[in-house]
Design a binder for this molecule. Structure first.
Ligand code: GUN
Length: 302
């Protein structure tokens, strides 16, 4: 088994994005602009948004965060998005999800200019992925493909099982892997016999958000394990059952441990696996920077 190091791949992407931004700045006198909109004060979202803002600034992107109160009205929020659509300094916009419960996500996102959709969440972006004509992909699936590319893992002909059917990860990664000639099966909460399906997989992509749901008994010897789940556990028995030793130490110090959807005991059966933390999660923010650069290039027509 070999660990796929998200930190190493993320560092490489950041280096490439930074270098390209510098050279485009010389050519065009402009740098890419990214605006993140966050509504309310979900603690996890606040941490993500801070890390996006920090990385954007580090790579030379003109980064802005618009923080709106959870009480903001639908009209005000849509008005803000329309302003960003018109703002020539803004190449990419990301509306951090989840939005507070009173909003209908699509009712809001539908007002965003598809040419500025840094997440590639809008129907136009997803449609382009299905047609295999896309240059911008949702950040987490894009990060998975970059890891596979970096470690020269060719998915052609592989039986891939994707567990989870969200529009953020499961659905787009299934289409993207199909475009790369994998044979893809998508599993979800109503799948009749999840262990039987997963056991056939040459590669498992787990994106469910349930600690250790993919157990060692469900994994074929030599499978590639890609874990998108980030689960925060604070009960001692759970931390001991699902978290690596390192995270168990963290639990003692900080009162919580992080683990993925793939049980740590399954790693030993794999050919390659992404750890949690330290795997796919670290790629997501780097791919947002990559996407912002692609949107900028399209807008300035380089
Ligand atoms: N919330 C969790 N992941 C994401 C993401 O990739 N993009 C946005 N906009 N919100 C998220």
């Amino acid at each position: 088994m070999k660990k796929l190091d998200g930190k190493e791949v993320s560092a490489k992407i950041q280096e490439q994005v930074k270098a390209e931004i510098e050279s485009l700045k010389e050519k065009t006198g402009r740098v890419p602009g990214l605006t993140v909109v966050i509504v309310g004060d979900d603690p996890a979202s606040k941490i993500y948004v801070r890390s996006k803002d920090k990385m954007a600034a580090k790579l030379g992107i003109n980064s802005r965060v618009i923080r709106l109160d959870a009480e903001v009205s639908r009209q005000e929020l849509i008005g803000k998005i329309k302003e960003l659509n018109e703002d020539d300094e803004v190449d990419g916009v990301l509306v951090q999800l989840p939005l507070p419960g009173k909003f209908d996500t699509w009712d809001i996102l539908d007002h965003l200019d598809p040419g500025k959709d840094a997440d590639s969440f809008l129907p136009a972006g997803l449609g382009m992925i299905l047609l295999n004509r896309s240059r911008v992909f949702p950040c987490t699936p894009a990060g998975i493909l970059k890891i596979l590319e970096y470690y020269e893992i060719d998915v052609t002909g592989m039986d891939v099982v994707v567990v989870g059917r969200s529009f953020i990860v499961g659905k787009p990664i299934a289409a993207m892997l199909t475009n790369l000639h994998a044979t893809v099966t998508v599993c979800h909460t109503r799948t009749k016999d999840l262990p039987a399906v997963v056991r056939r997989a040459d590669m498992v992509v787990a994106a469910v958000g349930k600690a250790g749901i993919i157990g060692p008994d469900m994994v074929k010897e030599g499978a590639v394990l890609i874990d998108v789940g980030v689960n925060r556990l604070n009960k001692k028995e759970e931390v001991e059952r699902y978290c690596t030793e390192r995270q168990q130490e963290k639990f003692v110090k900080k009162g919580y441990g992080i683990c993925g959807d793939i049980h740590k005991d399954a790693y030993a059966k794999s050919s390659y696996y992404t750890p949690v933390p330290g795997g796919v999660g670290l790629m997501t923010v780097a791919m947002l920077m990559h996407n912002t650069l692609q949107l900028f290039k399209k807008r300035v027509k380089t």
